[in-house]
Design a protein around this ligand. Structure first.
Ligand SMILES: Nc1ncnc2c1ncn2[C@@H]1O[C@H](COP(=O)(O)OP(=O)(O)OP(=O)(O)O)[C@@H](O)[C@H]1O
Ligand SMILES: [Mg+2]
Length: 524
């Protein structure tokens, strides 16, 4: 790729970027939120048309009007949000949009399944070709996406933040597979914010900053601090310091015996109980797909539980709608920010006060104060370093990380009692993660009760005062801060710790027995 330019209005998402990929290499693409990584890969994948620049494959100029054209040249992409049809089988998903497609006869489809099984064996990407996609875990779906690229004989495989939804164990397995594909001659590009993975697995690293390429590096000749500095343009710490001792006070949030059904019918949460006090951060760790979205929805009033209660400052809010909960001081940073966090058609400034429009100081029910919204917007954009041309920019055009900053900025300025933060740093760059952890620690010090729902072990280890693990809809383990252990949490997340199911009042018992030897879950 040479001199790739892509403008959106005044924003130069890509300002003449060169990128060179070689067969047989694993190439990492790094950069801050909004640096242009996804845009560059979308250009390569034929999803986005550049304003200028050229693409050559093996010395031959190519032009892509659609992903189909790029796929025909052997370019495959695994998006952060998978693009599989849930009601079809793995094999059917492979032939979708291809000649014959779903009208392939049974014999041809069987041949597809055989070839998939062979590829799956060769690259150790275990998936059953006959399984329906909706039955698969997130990790399996990702393997299907990779298999699809392999099936179509991709010469270039692009992965946009592939580890952000995987369990630690699964991320560990992903990279050796990518290596194996590279060994067979493919060029593999992965986007990530995890510098450790980059140092360990990349052959070369391209760093973008604000739409320009600022370096191409060899991991053997660089370091994490240098990479962070190149990305951000200044020195940044890569790990936030652990916060000071907890200043836990009265119980703010009580979750008592919650049972809830999932979207697909089976019970998604079994008797989940815990409490969060003012001035503490309680983490619910766990791999995606173990009941987190359902818990998030029950807490915020988007899903009615089948049993159990949610109390806020002793008041039963189980039946209150989301807006009323917010009125009582329960706020949310949703995991699905594109659907629930951001209204794409409104400006960033408006999104920053979405829950408070019509209330002082942003106006009255009869009159919206534009000026107050704009001033607040400008201040928050500055405070949270949201990369926009102006606070009037539409929120739908924000990069992943900047959308997340907007949602956080809104929640943290709302004067809450309890904040439910679901995956608050997913997709954020190193500088921004540090910033968000500091803000959450600050909120905790100011007496907010924070429930952190997270798949990220670093995050849990850095800021949690207590950590429970949610596995298959149950809280299977719980540790106070002094006993937090990466490995143990990781094992519990993967279902490898055989703790007895938690009794409804176990969290409560653990709290009141703080000075006694911890009655928390003994190793089975
Ligand atoms: N459709 C669009 N309209 C307007 N601006 C856009 C559009 N798509 C992207 N941008 C802007 O282009 C810039 C680059 O965005 P991009 O999504 O490529 O960033 P990124 O490096 O992938 O960031 P992240 O790490 O947050 O995912 C951002 O400033 C973003 O706001
Ligand atoms: Mg991106």
């Amino acid at each position: 790729m040479r001199g790739i330019v892509k403008r959106y209005g005044d924003v130069r998402a890509l300002d003449g970027v060169d990128l060179e990929l070689r067969p047989g290499e694993v190439h990492a693409l790094l950069g801050e939120n909004g640096a242009g990584k996804t845009t560059l890969m979308n250009v390569l994948y034929g999803m986005t048309r550049p304003d200028a620049g050229t693409i050559e494959i093996g010395g031959r100029a190519v032009r892509f009007a659609a992903p189909r054209d790029a796929a025909a040249e052997g370019i495959g992409m695994v998006h952060q949000h998978f693009m599989l049809v849930p009601t079809l089988t793995v094999a059917e998903n492979m032939v979708l949009g291809r000649p014959g497609g779903l009208f392939l006869g049974r014999r041809r489809l069987a041949a597809v399944a055989d070839r998939l099984a062979e590829l799956a064996r060769r690259y150790e990407l275990d998936v059953d070709p006959h399984a329906k996609v909706w039955q698969l875990s997130v990790g399996e779906q990702q393997r299907v996406e990779i298999l699809r690229a392999l099936y179509h004989e991709a010469r270039v495989l692009i992965l946009d933040e592939p580890t952000s939804t995987l369990a630690p164990v699964e991320s560990e397995r992903l990279f050796p597979r990518l290596r194996a594909m590279a060994r067979e001659g493919a060029a593999v590009v992965f986007i990530t914010h995890h510098l450790g993975d980059v140092m360990r697995w990349a052959d070369r690293i391209t760093v973008l900053r604000r739409g320009t390429r600022v370096g191409v590096l060899d991991p053997a000749a660089t370091s994490e601090p240098e990479l962070a500095r190149l990305m951000v343009g200044r020195d940044v710490g890569t790990v936030a310091p652990r916060t000071g001792p907890s200043v836990r006070k009265e119980t703010v949030l009580t979750v008592d015996g919650i049972r809830a059904n999932g979207d697909r019918g089976p019970i998604a949460l079994h008797d989940v109980s815990f409490t969060v006090a003012a001035g503490e951060i309680v983490a619910i760790a766990g791999v995606e797909g173990n009941g987190q979205p359902e818990l998030e929805e029950v807490l915020t009033g988007l899903r009615a539980p089948a049993a159990g209660r949610v109390l806020l400052d002793g008041r039963d809010v189980t039946d209150l709608p989301p807006g009323a909960r917010l009125g009582h001081g329960l706020g949310l940073v949703p995991s699905d920010r594109n659907r629930r966090g951001i209204v794409g058609g409104l400006s960033v400034a408006e999104n920053l006060v979405l829950d408070r429009i019509g209330r002082a100081p942003f106006g009255t029910p009869l009159r919206v104060s534009r000026q107050a919204i704009e001033e607040h917007g400008a201040a928050e954009v500055e405070r949270f370093s949201i990369a926009v041309s102006s606070p009037a920019q539409l929120a739908g055009t924000l990069s992943g990380g900047n959308a997340q900053r907007t949602v956080l900025a809104r929640a943290l300025s709302a004067g809450l009692r309890c904040l439910v933060a679901a995956q608050p740093t997913r997709g954020l760059d190193v500088g921004a993660i540090e910033f968000v952890w500091e803000r959450l620690a600050e909120a905790r010090a100011a007496g907010l009760a924070v429930l952190l729902i997270s798949t990220d072990l670093d995050e849990v280890m850095s800021i949690a005062d207590r950590c429970c693990v949610l596995y298959r809809g149950r809280l299977v383990a719980s540790w106070p801060r002094e006993d937090l252990d990466r490995e143990q949490i990781g094992l519990a997340m993967g279902g490898a710790l055989n703790h007895p199911p938690q009794a409804p009042d176990a969290a409560e018992a653990a709290r009141s027995a703080d000075d006694a030897p911890s009655p928390d879950f003994e190793e089975a």
